[in-house]
Design a protein around this ligand. Structure first.
Ligand code: DAK
Length: 260
């Protein structure tokens, strides 16, 4: 698929997906969301891709939300289709067997915060701003914000952000656990690429199992979640990387992982 609104690049096993409508602050319309779904599927199915970065073009925005001009006159059925498309793309990113990092280079409002929360980690520039301002235009979040935000930062704080519609700067987002790191804007991509490259070099199957246990265990009762962890951990013993990792540790040398 040719992309109109995304730039898709792969370098040394790290795919970078860049939202590319900078004049509209990378607002997500349905074309872009279809492209995001396609790009996420490419990441999932291409065995050469080991880690994914999502970011925004320009220096102002990651994604300033769903495209309000496209949504303005939607009928409920169209709104539902747009919402379901977004949910499908974001769940694909959230559950894919490879790690993803949102490199948040500016405004991440509404759908922008929601996309970032589907990623495994959020690295924010010191200029990033977050929020779920949908209430200010007569809506509520439609791409998982009511659920993922509450799970990430707690119900009380999520209610304040979603019901109050205010914005948070990077420092506040860090304090409440919405982002993993704050990085000076000019170093954001270098630092994110460095960490993504590190992830790309780690045992891929163990990364997949770690993510699987966290994503699918989170909503289970603790006994079932722990059982899932046991099964995921036991499966790692079937890999060459586990044998190599332990052998290298005991031989006091660096492991040579093959990703299997
Ligand atoms: N949609 C469309 N265009 C947008 C946009 C958006 N979300 N955000 C910015 N733009 C456009 C502006 O209209 C402007 O276009 P021109 O006038 O130049 O043609 C251009 O980007 C530059 O924006 P500003 O001139 O406003 O720039 P400022 O620096 O003054 O302000 C801002 C930056 C980010 C504070 C401001 O643009 C802003 O408040 N943007 C809207 C933020 C927002 O409300 N985001 C949440 C959108 S609602 C659902 C599916 C999904 C969702 C809900 C339901 N279903 C299908 C049911 C999710 C909803 C949302 O995300």
């Amino acid at each position: 698929m040719e992309y109109q609104n995304l730039i898709f690049a792969v370098e040394a096993g790290v795919a970078t997906i860049t939202f590319n409508r900078p004049k509209a602050l990378n607002a997500m319309n349905s074309v872009t969301m279809k492209e995001l779904y396609d790009a996420a599927m490419r990441c999932q199915t291409d065995s050469g891709i080991k880690a994914i970065i999502l970011t925004g073009a320009g220096d102002k925005a990651f994604v300033a939300g769903a495209d309000i001009s496209e949504m303005q006159n939607m009928r409920p059925q169209e709104a539902m289709e747009f919402m379901e498309l977004g949910h499908a793309a974001l769940r694909l990113i959230e559950t894919m067997s490879k790690p993803s990092i949102a490199a948040i280079n500016g405004f991440a409002l509404g759908g922008g915060t929601e996309i970032s929360m589907a990623c495994d980690m959020r690295f924010a520039s010191d200029k990033a701003r977050f929020g779920q301002p949908e209430i200010l235009i007569g809506l509520i979040p439609g791409w998982g914000g009511t659920q993922r935000l509450a799970r990430l930062i707690g119900v009380g704080r999520a209610k304040e952000i979603i019901m109050g519609g205010g914005q948070l700067d990077a420092q506040r987002a860090y304090e409440i656990g919405l982002v993993n790191r704050i990085i000076p804007a000019e170093q954001l991509m270098d630092e994110t690429r460095k960490f993504a490259a590190k992830l790309a070099g780690l045992p891929g199957f163990a990364l997949k199992m770690a993510k699987h246990a966290i994503v699918y265990g989170y909503d289970l009762a603790l006994d079932n979640a722990n059982k899932l962890e046991v099964e995921c951990c036991a499966q790692c013993f079937s890999t060459d990387d586990q044998k190599e990792g332990m052998k290298a540790f005991l031989e006091k040398r660096k492991p040579n992982f093959k990703g299997c």
